[in-house]
Design a protein around this ligand. Sequence first.
Ligand code: F6R
Length: 241
Amino acid sequence: MKIYIVPQEQIGKLGGELIARQLQAKPDSVLGLATGSTPIPFYKEWISLVKQGKISFARARSFNLDEYVGLPGGHPQSYRTFMRENLLDHIDLPASASDIPNGQAKDLEAECRRYDKALEDIGGIDWQLLGIGHNGHIGFNEPGPSLTAGTHVVELAEETREANSRFFASIDEVPTQAITVGMGTILKARQIVLVAQGESKAGIVAEALTGPVTTELPASFLQLHGSVTVVLDEAAASKLP
Ligand code: F6R
């Protein structure tokens, strides 16, 4: 595991270097992408690098980690909208090359199987970007007595709904369910980049990276993966031993 600890304002630049390296090595990379506050500095830098002609996503593919269940199409907080606004509308990745679970599907089980098959057909994820929840979730794989390998519908933990209520008018509007890729999909990614920023993540980051591997802290399973890069600002790194 390689850990970079950088000042907050340099997170984006490092994110640019990491994706540039990946796209240079494999222009047709399959990228696993995340939403939330964490990847925003990465995405801003990627947009800037594309505009400067320094990187291109023209041959890449992307698969998002997760999507809320039941938000109407075009809802400002759907992850599909988030991805369009914060990345996809501003880079040269063809529209047909990005996939995200459909949280409005009538048959959610069938949608999960479709997503798994698409991931399998393409040969899995080359480069997976992850944030971490305050409870240690990755994607929406929430802590519990067991974890699921494939794409599945999950009941969001109360702390996840509370954390994400900052984007909604009230907690009552935060969906109770989401579709998420499973732990198997994440751990099969050839490279994983975990990013965390801010003091509020310091405790869970230290536990995830150095504590016991347990289903009660899904991110702890990253300790078992052979190719993980961790990008932390100084605050998020402040509780590492
Ligand atoms: C988002 C995702 C989540 C977030 C995590 C951290 O697609 O899969 O695991 O990465 O909840 O969220 P932020 O970055 O908003 O603190």
